[in-house]
Design a protein around this ligand. Sequence first.
Ligand code: NI
Length: 254
Amino acid sequence: MIFETHAHFDDAAYDADRDTLLAAIHENGIDVIVNVGASLTSTVASIKLAEKYSFVYAAAGVHPSETAELNEKIFAELERLATHKKVVAVGEIGLDYYWDEPSHEIQKLWFKRQLELAKTIQKPVIIHSRDAAKETYDILAAHNGGENGGVIHCFSYSVEMAKAYINLGFYIGIGGVITFKNSKKLKEVVTTVPIERILLETDSPYLSPEPYRGSRNSSQNLPYIAQKIAEIKGMSYDEVVSVTAENARRMYHI
Ligand code: NI
């Protein structure tokens, strides 16, 4: 069975059919979903989903693009939520330099604070990093951010950076982009990185794999991602599914 390591089923894109989709998820070969927070509101919503569905777990965190909302009062609330028994990670946290706002200083400040939170409660971290490979790496290295494990979600950097992150204790999250024709760099990463360091994810509702690129994504599309990885690595589909699921269980302690 496939382990979905990163989805956002609390998103408004599922308001019309969330329960129908989740109730049918096992029929599509998915057995566990980690629903990832990106703000205080979505962290609360993720925990609600995790309380409702036994196979859903939550991550608590504020996405770099949402860090302008953070202050000591909200952070204290996030700290409290992160200790919930179905919260298996702190995330998604990190740096996104694609956008100019919030400022890099604000993003770095709250990235470091959330890394410290993960260390305090001894949970792994889910890292969002865009156009900030080196600075993300430097902060993770300086703060020993891989101490309790973690994943570089929706990995978009080079083979060299993948190796460097793995050496810090991280897994590499691979999603729908791997099925795109123009994903040469990511295919090199998947070729090089051992399957024991790869996690499957969709980032639903975003980043649908081929043949559904551009439409709303769902965890039920994970087989397309696993199939592409199997093709690239010359492995069987079943082996990709079972090894990546073991990886996820090890990282999230599920
Ligand atoms: Ni995400």
